[in-house]
Every structure is written in C-alpha cells, then in structure tokens.
Design a protein around this ligand. Structure first.
Ligand code: PLP
Length: 397
C-alpha cells in the first residue's frame, strides 16, 4: 500500500458510481428498480447530433484535433454563452474537455497551490471535495440549510473565509439541492469575491433547467466578475449527451492557456466525433431543451407532492436541475423493516433491498440528514416508485 501515491488514501470512490453499479446488477438479475438515484437525463441525444457524429466517421473526421477543441465548436460555445449568460468570450478563452468533470479538474488544478483553501457550499456535488484534495487544496465547507433555500449568503462566506482562501466553487442550479440563485443574491456574493480577491468556479451544467421566474443568471455576467470567474458547462445534461463526454470552460485567456497546457499533456483533444456531435447540438434546433424543461417541471410537481405525503420526509420545491433534496432526518434512530436507521446510507440500503427503490444518500454530498431523489425518470416510474415508498415508509397522519 505504501507503494502508492499519498492521494490514493485521501480520495473517496465516487458514491454515485457505486450505487449505479448495484442497481445495474439488480436489473440484470431481473428485478424492477425504481431509479431515483440516477443523475442523467432519460431522453435520447437529439437526432441531428447523432447524425453529425455518423457523418464525421464516414468523412474520416477521426484524427487529432486542436487540443482546445475545434474552432467551430469553441465559436458555438461563445455564441451559446452570449445567449445564455450575456457574457462575451473569445474562442481562445474556451477549452473543450472530456465532460464538465474534466473541465473542473483542469480548472481546479490550474488555480490551486498546496494548502490553498476553497470555499465550498454544502450540499455540494460529490466530486468537488475529492478534486480539491487531489490538487492539494483544502475544502472549507460552508453549511447551508432549508432556511436560506440551501444557498450561501455573503455573511456565511465571511464566517468561513481565511487568508488561505483562494477560490469559491458555486454550483447553480445545484446538484443535489436544485437551488438557483437570484441576480440579487449573486450580487452580494460577487461583491464578497471582489472584496477578498477570490477566484470563482461557476459550475453551470444544469443552467438549461431553471424553473424560477427570473431565469438563470451567471455570476460571470456581474460587474467585475468575468475576470475572476471560470464558467464550467457541458452538453451532457442540456442535450442529453452524458456518454459523449463533452464539457467546456470559459475563463480569462491566461487561465485557459494554462488549462490547455495541462490538457495537452494528459488527454489531448476530446474525441473528434463527439466534438462534431456537440457542435450540431449547440447549433441545431433548441426546442428539445424546452421540451425537457417542461417534462421535468411536470415531474417535479408530482415528486415533490408525493414526497411531502410520506412519513418522516420534508423537502423544499427545487428551482432547477432535476433533483429533490429531501430531509429524512426524522428517520434517524427509528426502525424500518426491522432495521435501525442509523444513517442515510442505511435508509438508502433498506429502501433498495426491501423496496427496490434506488435513492442517493446525502452523505457523499456533505449531509447526514438528507437523501437526493432524481426525477430524470418517467412519470410512471415516479408514480409507481412513490407508491412503493409509501408501502415502506407510510404516510403522514
Ligand atoms: N457538475 C455537476 C454539478 C454535475 O452534477 C455533473 C454531473 O453529474 C458534472 C459537473 C459533470 O458533468 P459531465 O458529465 O459533463 O462530466
């Protein structure tokens, strides 16, 4: 064991991948599983994106490309960011990588020095702390709760900051809580970042799925923020292209150049075929996004209403993404199917083994009191799954 690098002891395996493997095994054995654990859209990739990839193969577009991604794709990203966020970038400020996760890895490893602190609002997406630790940084968790809609405020950030703080990671719409910040809330956070000269990584991979009336605001669009922000986005969720592995960053040119250096010695360009598919997705008809948003909206209503009827569960109405963040702390110490619920992992395990219901325990997202339910599954699966949950958990009196 001592023969391995020290980071191997510091990093935890991805809990989402473990759950998905367990569910896949149960399905292979012929069991019906209600897959509330899933973190990927249940829609097919748009037909024009698939066709573009097939054409790319036939046209022998199969060699190395520009390490940062083909210029036409970076230009399409520039247009998309202009439209979605109202921020104007140049193509040399865009680096296309192997999924949003890879873009985050490049950004975090480019910004952090040993022992730099990173302000990380809790709940957080599972890979953030591990990527920070891998880069030699220290996550400073900033706890949130339902009272602020699981959002951080400048006051909370002021409490957590230290002279070693270098970076704030803001993910909104948030995975797992679904929280979306208003422009006014972001204004306060932006001023905090400017005051303390912080970098911001703004993970916007769910930006297409916002249900609050005022829509989505990127912190990069606020005065003084573009020069200190690295936007991370991907085609994964917006275009239902998780397996194609195309994500991108938008940042000041020196940051982009440094990330590119890292990428040039690690992965080189993302798959040429996948780049062409992503280009078609970004440039083609966008009505698929609207359809997905409406479908998610209808499912959200049903899932939230259903969860609120179940014994021992509470949740807010999430404003974005496709998750419901459920406070299940009332179950702690209680007995379910003859087993003591001493943690959210135990609750998830009992629901899976006794009811074939897959959910994500909040543990990997930084909470011992919550579970995450995804509604990237069909309405029928949501409805049947809720009935199944009701049989195990019971209903509120
Ligand atoms: N950021 C957040 C908040 C996510 O939830 C995910 C995927 O689940 C990613 C980044 C990574 O996306 P990709 O599949 O493009 O690597």
């Amino acid at each position: 064991n001592n023969l391995l690098a020290p980071w191997t002891k510091k990093l935890l395996p991805s809990p989402t991948a473990e759950l998905e493997a367990k569910v896949a095994r149960m399905q292979q054995e012929g069991s019906k599983v209600y897959r509330f654990g899933l973190g990927q859209p249940d829609f097919p990739t748009p037909a024009h994106a698939k066709q573009a990839a097939i054409d790319a193969i036939h046209n022998n577009f199969t060699g190395y490309t520009d390490t940062a991604g083909i210029l036409s794709l970076r230009q399409a990203v520039v247009s998309s960011l202009q439209e979605q966020c109202g921020v104007q970038y140049e193509p040399d400020e865009i680096v296309v990588s192997i999924g949003g996760k890879h873009s985050l890895f490049n950004a975090i490893n480019t910004l952090l020095q040993q022992d730099d602190e990173v302000l990380l609002p809790t709940p957080y997406w599972v890979s953030f702390p591990e990527q920070i630790k891998f880069a030699g940084g220290i996550p400073r968790f900033v706890e949130t709760d339902a009272s602020t809609g699981y959002k951080v405020t400048p006051e909370m950030l002021e409490q957590a900051i230290s002279p070693a703080s270098k970076l704030l990671i803001l993910n909104q719409p948030n995975n797992p809580s679904g929280a979306v910040y208003t422009r006014e809330e972001l204004d306060g956070i932006a001023q905090f970042c400017i005051r303390h000269n912080l970098w911001v990584i703004s993970d916007e991979v769910y930006s297409c799925f916002v249900f609050q009336e005022e829509g989505f605001t990127s912190i990069a669009s606020l005065p003084g923020m573009k020069e200190r922000t690295i936007i991370i986005n991907a085609v994964s969720k917006s275009y239902s292209m998780t397996g194609w592995r195309i994500g991108y960053s938008a940042s000041p040119a020196p940051v982009a150049a440094a990330m590119l250096k890292l990428q040039s010695h690690t992965t080189s360009n993302p798959a040429s075929i996948a780049q062409v598919a992503a280009l078609a997705a970004l440039q083609g008809p966008q009505n698929g996004i609207q359809e997905m948003r409406e479908t998610y909206l209808a499912r959200r209503e049903v899932l939230v209403a259903g969860v609120r009827q179940l014994r021992g569960l509470k949740c807010l109405m999430p404003d974005g993404a496709f998750y419901v963040w459920v406070d299940a702390s009332e179950w702690l110490g209680k007995t379910l199917c003859g087993q003591t619920i001493d943690s959210m992992d135990k609750l998830a395990e009992v629901l899976l083994t006794e009811g074939n219901i897959a959910i994500m325990p909040g543990t990997g997202f930084g909470s011992g009191k919550h579970v995450r339910l995804s509604y990237a599954i069909s309405m029928a699966e949501i409805e049947e799954g809720l009935i199944q949950m009701g049989k195990l958990l019971g209903y509120k009196q």
